[in-house]
Unconditional design. Structure first.
Length: 255
């Protein structure tokens, strides 16, 4: 598989990408779990419905998205609505990965496939890859994690391909990175590759910009204010009771 420099996205792929997204979403929703299922799904669905605090690390971003889905999706039970949201995030991930592959693939891949076919086939593997499907058709953190991680890599590639040291996409990257920790802490695994891709911009700015990047990261990470505030009214689901700073830190660090 051969790769070259980062390419700008050809406008002719916008419509195929949208069709790919709709097709993937249709397939995913058609196979979505009809209610709560195994593992932590019942707990996370209940936490979203009542804006409670599930087991550490609390998953505040996932809890809020599950709550929004229970309000905005007009059909099905509460569990099904949260599962639909998970399917939506996986379909969005497929769209982002499709465009990512188009940006990084050569004009032909292995001298056989054109970039559009290559990107479509690889991104659609998320639908037929059984471990992903098994965990992304229910209200868990994996779909949202894949979506956020693909966005972070997209931003890092954009910064890498930029001809100027523009700090704005780096600020957005650090904000999304902080926000991603509110879904799953394995977002930390994106950092080494992203920092390598953005090294030109990061080394080209001064201490003032590093402080700004830290502020944007903390702004995203401030999603953890939610369990602290919500626990003050003692919801039914209130694991670790993060109503104090000590308990909140215990929730975040899985203590």
């Amino acid at each position: 598989m051969a790769y070259s420099t980062i390419h700008s996205l050809n406008s002719k792929y916008i419509l195929p990408g949208f069709i790919l997204f709709l097709g993937a979403l249709f397939i995913l929703i058609s196979n979505t779990t009809p209610t709560f299922s195994r593992q932590d799904t019942g707990e996370l669905i209940a936490a979203g419905y009542e804006l409670g605090i599930p087991h550490p690390p609390g998953y505040p971003l996932l809890v809020i998205t599950n709550k929004i889905s229970s309000i905005l999706i007009p059909w099905g039970n509460v569990g099904y609505r949260a599962n639909i949201a998970s399917s939506l995030f996986l379909a969005l991930s497929i769209l982002v990965i499709f465009y990512l592959l188009l940006m990084t693939a050569n004009q032909t891949v292995c001298g056989v496939l054109k970039p559009g076919y290559f990107a479509g086939i690889i991104s659609l593997n998320f639908i037929i890859f059984e471990p992903v499907m098994r965990n992304c058709l229910l209200a868990d953190s994996l779909s949202l994690h894949i979506f956020l991680s693909s966005l972070l890599i997209s931003l890092a590639l954009y910064v890498y391909s930029s001809k100027t040291a523009d700090a704005r996409p780096v600020c957005l990257f650090f904000f999304l990175l902080g926000l991603s920790f509110g879904n799953h802490h394995t977002a930390v695994l994106v950092i080494p590759a992203a920092l390598y891709l953005m090294r030109k911009t990061l080394f080209g700015v001064g201490f003032k910009h590093y402080c700004i990047f830290a502020v944007f990261f903390l702004a995203g990470f401030s999603i953890y204010i939610f369990p602290y505030i919500r626990s003050q009214i003692n919801p039914y689901l209130n694991i670790n009771d993060p109503s104090s700073i000590k308990n909140l830190l215990g929730l975040i660090t899985r203590d």
